[in-house]
Design a binder for this molecule. Structure first.
Ligand SMILES: CC(C)(COP(=O)(O)OP(=O)(O)OC[C@H]1O[C@@H](n2cnc3c(N)ncnc32)[C@H](O)[C@@H]1OP(=O)(O)O)[C@@H](O)C(=O)NCCC(=O)NCCS
Length: 153
């Protein structure tokens, strides 16, 4: 039974390696170390002893919108429900904050669809979310799929 916890500042280098290992393979968006430090309060982690084996973040954009981002589970810990637990922790936090809509941008839409998300047109998402896309090497040819999850708050 893995336990989802809020990230700590000491976890940042391991979170950074976990995310960027998948980003190097084109599976998710890279995150600079500085961005993870600045947003450490967004992050949830799962540990195995001293090792951070998985992470996910909930980032608030506005009164009615947040994003689940940087969901990453180490390859040797996948298919055990850890990714699901992390996304559920993000959705629980969003519900607790009374944020009714959570979106994500991903190459793994089926994983999020099983968790209650449904696909949407990226252009339907508010412009505010594009601020970080400008820094993405793929911009403006984004090939990630946008999904949203409506929460009862
Ligand atoms: C996508 C990702 C986060 C999924 O993490 P995960 O921990 O493997 O996810 P889960 O174990 O919760 O669910 C994955 C599958 O395992 C199944 N599963 C869940 N609990 C399980 C358990 N206890 N035993 C066996 N299988 C289980 C799920 O039903 C799901 O099935 P599916 O492959 O048919 O969809 C992971 O593959 C990953 O980190 N990928 C690279 C980064 C990435 O693509 N991130 C996406 C967001 S940007």
């Amino acid at each position: 039974m893995n336990l989802v916890e809020k990230g700590k500042i000491q976890d940042v280098p391991q979170i950074h390696r976990l995310i960027n290992n998948f980003a190097d393979k084109g599976e998710m968006m890279a995150r600079p170390l500085s961005e993870i430090y600045e947003n450490i309060r967004d992050y949830f982690v799962v540990r195995q002893g001293e090792r951070v084996i998985a992470c996910a973040a909930l980032h608030v954009y506005w009164s009615d919108l947040a994003e689940v981002k940087s969901v990453a589970v180490a390859e040797d810990s996948q298919q055990q429900g850890i990714g699901t637990q992390l996304v559920e922790a993000c959705l629980k936090e969003a519900r607790g904050l009374c944020i009714p809509t959570v979106f994500c941008l991903t190459y793994r839409p089926a994983f999020f669809e099983k968790l209650g998300f449904s696909q949407t047109d990226k252009m339907e998402l508010p412009r505010k979310i594009w601020t970080e896309c400008y820094r993405c090497p793929k911009f403006p040819d984004c090939d990630e799929v946008a999904l949203i999850c409506n929460l009862e708050v």
